[in-house]
Design a protein around this ligand. Structure first.
Ligand code: SAH
Length: 459
């Protein structure tokens, strides 16, 4: 992001527009909407611009631009047909540290105008920093169709009621109340044109909420999937948007984390192999404590919370402390890696069963039912099996698995950095080292691995 979208309060602020033609008029229209005071310098101006200037309580200065005019301005827009004048305005404004926009000349701007979608006090600006104006316009059209025209009235109503609601309800409840306002019957009332009725409904409901006991907190144990944010469930996304605080660990991808409500407090409780930043018991306790403060606590996990995710232990503690919770499944690494690497986990000709197993070493050791793992026509998926890969390979072969059994490593599956390395159970440990495979990585073993090539997978 090269350009930071900001929302300027321009009410009664003097903004200088240099130029009086159609483009200057267009910019003036926008600035007037933001209630700025328009100062326009030009030899001649359009009728509309003249009216805008008057209505804004501003001034039309007939003549040529000169730098003295900047003294009275807080923002400057240059929109003349003369490139040299525009450049001069830009240089002068920059010298005075005034924000300046030169129409269609990004190198002379310190700010640009985004594409704007307007609903009363609600404004959505889309900016590509000048790189793709057609795209921003297209997006604008798409967003326009999504937003009800009544939104502006609702936003206005919310603005008027803000202080009242603030005085009536404590913070956690307030948030929920606004949720109700923006999702409840009020929206319908406004859309049908009954704004006064809507206000009445809001006030009555506020009274009811005031008398209700404060809500208790809740924990959302959410599977964030293996990395690609597109793989989140709708429910996961909805709860991520409601959370007051989020506890996440290392497996949760940055892209997924970005979708959590911006204002939510973020607590990293990441686990790294042999290095637990926050011990599991403390995490369990923290979930209980935060929920008891009345917060909506998001416990965001990589993959699925109940597949090697210790989700079971966390809800155990919550149930004991009588904290309400919800569990939202996520796409587990095996399923995500399978789809994104072109290795089906089952196939009529190769595997009739799949086994997810942990390859996590305990004190350097791996105690597993090896005999069961060498069953034919079975796909084995090892989680946490990168460090232990040499042991896994050795033991499987020692227990009778053919050394040339196809095997694959999927590193950072479903993310943009995904790598897939295929070989056999005999060669995989050396390949892992050669390619410097890093966690998180998943090992898939079985005939299905060959399908990746035969299916012509290029991803
Ligand atoms: N609950 C998670 C698993 C946690 S155990 C889930 O359902 O996916 C951590 C292990 O998951 C890692 O060691 C790795 O083996 C695997 N893993 C998680 N995300 C992965 C990814 N994007 N690519 C490959 N393996 C992944």
């Amino acid at each position: 992001m090269r350009y930071l979208p900001l929302a300027f309060d321009l009410k009664n602020r003097p903004c200088l527009i240099v130029g009086g033609g159609a483009i200057a008029t267009r910019k003036a229209r926008l600035l007037k909407k933001a209630e700025a005071r328009l100062l326009v310098v030009a030899l001649d101006i359009t009728d509309e611009l003249r009216q805008l200037v008057m209505a804004s309580g501003g001034e039309y200065i007939v003549g040529r631009y000169h730098s003295d005019l900047l003294k009275n301005a807080e923002m400057v827009v240059a929109a003349t047909a003369d490139g040299a004048v525009n450049a001069q305005v830009s240089a002068d404004a920059k010298a005075l540290r005034l924000p300046v926009n030169v129409v269609d000349s990004p190198e002379h701007c310190t700010f640009t105008f985004p594409s704007i979608i307007e609903r009363g006090p609600l404004a959505i600006g889309i900016s590509s920093g000048g790189s793709a104006p057609v795209l921003t316009r297209m997006l604008r059209a798409q967003i326009e169709t999504l937003l009800s025209p009544g939104l502006g009235v609702i936003a206005e109503l919310a603005g008027r009621m803000r202080d009242k609601v603030k005085a009536a309800l404590p913070e956690v409840q307030r948030k929920e109340f606004w949720h109700w306002v923006f999702n409840g019957p009020i929206v319908g009332q406004v859309e049908r044109g009954h704004a006064a009725e809507a206000e009445q409904t809001l006030l009555e409901e506020l009274q009811r909420w005031k008398e209700k006991p404060a809500p208790s907190g809740e924990v959302y144990l959410v599977g964030g999937g293996p990395g690609d944010p597109d793989l989140l469930t709708f429910r996961a996304l909805r709860l991520m948007q409601q959370a007051d605080v989020v506890l996440y660990d290392r497996l949760v991808s940055t892209e997924v984390l970005e979708l959590v409500r911006r204002d939510a407090e973020r607590i990293y409780v990441g686990k790294k192999k042999q290095f637990h930043s926050v011990p599991q018991d403390d995490i369990n306790q923290l979930l209980v404590d935060l929920a008891k403060e009345g917060k909506k606590v998001l416990r965001l996990k990589g993959g699925d919370p109940f597949v090697f995710g210790r989700g079971g232990e966390e809800i155990d503690k919550l149930a004991e402390a009588r904290v309400p919770f919800q569990v939202v499944p996520g796409i587990t690494a095996a399923i995500g890696c399978s789809a994104y690497s072109g290795i089906p986990l089952t196939h009529r000709d190769y595997a009739q069963s799949v086994r997810f197993i942990t390859g996590h070493l305990k004190q350097g050791d791996l105690v597993l039912p090896w005999e069961e793992l060498i069953t034919p026509n079975q796909t084995i998926v090892f989680y946490m099996g990168l460090t232990g890969l040499p042991t896994i390979s050795e033991q499987l072969i020692a227990h009778g698995m053919a050394a040339d059994t196809p095997a694959a490593l999927v590193e950072k599956g479903t993310t943009r950095d995904q790598r897939v390395i295929t070989g056999t159970i005999g060669t995989l440990p050396a390949l892992a080292e050669e390619h410097k495979v890093e966690a998180p990585a998943l090992t898939i073993i079985g005939g299905v691995v060959t399908l990746r090539d035969s299916l012509g997978w290029y991803r």
